[in-house]
Design a protein around this ligand. Structure first.
Ligand SMILES: NC(=O)c1ccc[n+]([C@@H]2O[C@H](COP(=O)([O-])OP(=O)(O)OC[C@H]3O[C@@H](n4cnc5c(N)ncnc54)[C@H](OP(=O)(O)O)[C@@H]3O)[C@@H](O)[C@H]2O)c1
Length: 319
């Protein structure tokens, strides 16, 4: 059982650990939880690759981390997850530039945007949060495989959310062509897809020593709320507090803790296909609004159908 919990920070998770020699690839590494995860891991000697869609923001992130960790080993790579062309190019570039990835943290995300589409015509939240990461992970898998074989390597962490409680995936209407678009319904579906992707990865790659985890980081005030007005955010917090009167925002260092824990915890060695929150593996729970993972998000048959649909939509096939 983890000694960590809701208030633990990423630095506390890594206390006493040495990540030198490890290469960590973090999508959405320029902002919020991805940036803090990169900073905390760089401070422990990891070679950190920050991926983002805007080089100027990546440069700012590098300066911010170097301000705190002057000898940080950092690299950046541009990748717009809302464009398969960009994902394919980033995948090819990563394979040229890097020898291996020990820890892949699929952290980037967009929440509750208005109805929008990716360059390839996918609904934006499923397209960015799941399909973009699906295609990118396929490209990066040779590097992740190259990273296996040493202790503390071979992990993939997919940022999900308690928002997955909102809805299962809809394999018949992934792009909201038949269903009326609702920003949070779309977010919930995409975050369920992140967990099902984790289940599918574990099934395919566990025997190669690659284990995958989905993470709910907590509620943290980052740029993720950019599509919500202040009133909408307040109303959301009120709704959450109806179910959980003790609800409190986490700080960004606390919010980055669970993905850092899922990527590095020794007690998770050899395990995978699991959903984590507050630095522990969550219980399956189909009723609580305050925690746990829904059965539908771990359903292996649905995970297989989503995998097949994702391959068909992206044109990317895992060998
Ligand atoms: N904060 C929370 O309360 C919370 C709760 C549950 C789950 N999560 C999950 O945690 C993860 C990190 O979120 P955060 O809170 O740190 O939010 P954030 O500060 O908004 O960071 C999100 C990151 O994703 C990037 N991104 C968005 N669209 C992209 C695209 N098309 N291509 C490449 N990168 C893209 C953003 O890049 P730009 O800076 O260029 O936009 C940014 O770097 C997300 O997956 C989110 O769903 C967060």
């Amino acid at each position: 059982m983890s000694e960590f919990g809701h208030d633990t920070t990423a630095d506390q998770v890594l206390e006493g650990k040495d990540l030198s020699g490890k290469t960590v690839f973090i999508t959405g590494g320029n902002s919020g939880l991805g940036l803090e995860t990169g900073r905390a891991m760089a401070a422990k000697g990891a070679h950190v690759i920050l991926a983002g869609r805007d080089q100027a923001k990546l440069d700012e992130a590098v300066s911010a981390i170097k301000g705190d960790v002057p000898d940080a080993q950092l690299e950046t790579i541009t990748c717009d997850l809302a464009s398969l062309d960009s994902v394919h190019a980033a995948g090819a570039e990563a394979n040229e530039r890097f020898d291996k990835i020990d820890l892949l943290i699929n952290n980037a995300g967009v929440m509750a945007c208005p109805k929008m589409h990716t360059a390839d015509g996918f609904e934006m939240q499923l397209g960015t949060n799941h399909l973009g990461h699906f295609a990118l992970t396929k490209h990066l898998m040779p590097l992740v495989e190259a990273g296996t074989g040493t202790k503390g390597s071979g992990r993939i962490v997919n940022l999900s959310s308690r928002g997955h409680h909102i809805a299962p995936v809809d394999l018949d209407d992934p792009n909201f062509e038949k269903t009326e678009y609702q920003p949070f319904l779309s977010y919930g579906r995409s975050k369920t897809a992140n967990i099902l992707f984790t289940v599918g990865l574990e099934k395919r790659f566990a025997d190669k020593g690659i284990h995958s985890f989905a993470v709910h980081p907590g509620g943290i005030q980052t740029n993720l709320g950019r599509h919500m007005s202040e009133e909408e955010t307040e109303a959301l917090v009120e709704r959450i507090k109806t179910n959980d009167p003790n609800y409190e925002w986490k700080t960004i260092p606390q919010g980055a803790a669970t993905q850092t824990w899922a990527a590095t915890a020794e007690e998770l060695e050899g395990k995978g296909g699991l959903y984590c929150e507050d630095c522990h593996v969550a219980e399956v729970d189909d009723t609580s609004s305050n925690g746990g993972v829904r059965t539908y998000a771990l359903d292996t048959a649905v995970a297989e159908k989503l995998w097949a649909m994702s391959e068909e939509m992206t044109g990317v096939t895992f060998a």
